[in-house]
Design a protein around this ligand. Sequence first.
Ligand SMILES: Cc1cc2nc3c(=O)[nH]c(=O)nc-3n(C[C@H](O)[C@H](O)[C@H](O)COP(=O)(O)O)c2cc1C
Length: 175
Amino acid sequence: MENKLVIIYSSVDGQTLKISKVIKDVLDNQNQPVELYSIDDFDKDLKNYDKIVIGSSIRYGLHHKKIIEFINKHQQTLEARKSIFFSVNLVARKPEKSSPTTNTYVVKFFNSISWEPTLVEVFAGKIDYKKYTFFDRKMIQLIMWMTKGPTNKDAEIEYTNWDRVKAFGQKLIDL
Ligand SMILES: Cc1cc2nc3c(=O)[nH]c(=O)nc-3n(C[C@H](O)[C@H](O)[C@H](O)COP(=O)(O)O)c2cc1C
């Protein structure tokens, strides 16, 4: 095997994709072979890769269904390689909920599946009310009101800590 890495992501409004691209840039800059696919387009054999990175955002408390199905289907292959997971959500904007062991979604997720990845990370996402449907906007405003976040209907705030994303990219090289 030749140290090939693949990033497979699921993203609705583009933030998980943006994070995946920044990770890819870090790897490209250090000549770590890397391929990037949306879960919807991935049709390669996972066995071609030495390191498999899976990224998903959270919607209404859950990672994307396709990602969960993919992990369950390929668990054996994932565990025979270096496998890595990262989650993107808004709760992670709070420092006390920003690590894989303190982010409720990540903790619950790994209690619900048996996959044991080599590395897990969580990143804060982005809020962009203008992109949401009426219903989604109302729901996110409610969640933000309950968690003392922004409720202004025009709010567009990127909480992602790019230094952390880049450090994660470096960790992938070092794995
Ligand atoms: C409809 C909807 C539901 C969401 N539900 C949650 C949630 O339950 N918890 C949370 O922390 N973030 C939630 N978010 C925030 C997203 O995880 C965040 O905006 C992330 O950056 C989205 O990434 P994406 O653009 O790659 O899909 C939600 C966002 C939307 C639009």
